[in-house]
Design a protein around this ligand. Structure first.
Ligand SMILES: NC(=O)c1ccc[n+]([C@@H]2O[C@H](COP(=O)([O-])OP(=O)(O)OC[C@H]3O[C@@H](n4cnc5c(N)ncnc54)[C@H](OP(=O)(O)O)[C@@H]3O)[C@@H](O)[C@H]2O)c1
Length: 240
């Protein structure tokens, strides 16, 4: 049993590789109508899934977000699920792997991570609002991280910019959930587990299939009463 509509209209950011690609694969295989975003105009792995559509979008570029969402509005009259999945750690904006502590990064590099991981999803959700309002009990899933938790990051996580950006995304989730509760739009943050992707690396215990399958099972069961929560991929509550 699921609380979700039969063939959902879904938008996934960062659907060209990693967790976003796996989420897209599973949702397309079960019959959902999936649009995926990528920075590359020709993301081969995503195109191979034959999604409903591909949108070009760099989350650091607000005009690209606005333009992509405007294109989407020409192709669908509603969205039932928005998955803000794309994300980076500080290595992606030039930080040395071993130099990501609070005093290692210059200000612009530090800010660039939050720009992609927290500001970007907030802007995507803002631009998706008319479509979400027209959706069937729409849900916004913000893929966060355990490292956005004050409790967890106090003792682990060597990438301060990443931890800060995911804490910011958690706050974006709380504020978005509060702003949209009266409109029956559910907004949650989720730690996907430590997953074997380019970001997670080979030592991670979870495959992207395991993580994505569990995430979708949990999202299928969400109701408005869950809005504003921070969950793990298996549906358990994550501490802030
Ligand atoms: N893997 C883990 O263990 C783990 C743990 C906790 C949380 N997470 C979160 O899970 C999400 C997915 O991570 P992943 O492991 O799948 O990472 P990944 O394999 O490195 O994939 C990252 C995705 O984000 C996209 N992206 C990067 N910069 C972007 C930008 N400026 N604008 C738009 N898209 C951009 C990438 O596109 P390009 O190909 O164009 O770079 C790619 O599609 C992220 O939010 C991450 O923080 C992952």
């Amino acid at each position: 049993m699921t609380n979700r509509p039969a063939s959902q209209r879904v938008l996934i950011t960062g659907a060209n590789r990693g967790l976003g690609l796996e989420l897209a694969r599973i949702l397309i295989e079960r019959g959902d109508r999936v649009w995926g975003t990528a920075r590359s105009p020709q993301p081969a792995a995503l195109a191979a899934l034959a999604p409903e559509g591909i949108l070009t979008m760099d989350l650091a570029e607000e005009p690209q977000i606005v333009a992509a969402m405007s294109k989407l509005a020409d192709r669908t009259d509603g969205l039932d699920l928005l998955i803000n999945c794309a994300g980076i750690d500080a290595r992606a904006v030039g930080a040395a792997p071993a130099a990501r502590g609070p005093f290692d990064l210059d200000g612009d590099t530090f800010t660039a991570v939050t720009r992609v991981n927290a500001t970007g999803p907030m802007l995507v959700t803002r631009e998706a609002l008319p479509l979400l309002r027209a959706g069937d009990r729409a849900t916004v899933l913000n893929i966060s991280s355990q490292l956005g938790s004050m409790e967890v990051a106090a003792t682990s996580g060597n990438d301060t910019a990443y931890c800060v950006s995911k804490a910011a995304l958690n706050m974006v989730t709380v504020k978005t959930a509060a702003a949209l509760k009266d409109e029956a739009i559910t907004v949650v943050a989720m730690h996907p587990g430590w997953v074997r992707t380019d970001m997670g690396g080979d030592a991670a215990p979870l495959s992207s299939v395991e993580s994505a399958t569990s995430i979708i099972d949990v999202v299928d069961q969400l109701t408005l009463a869950d809005s504003g929560r921070f969950l793990r991929w298996d549906g358990t509550e994550h501490p802030w």
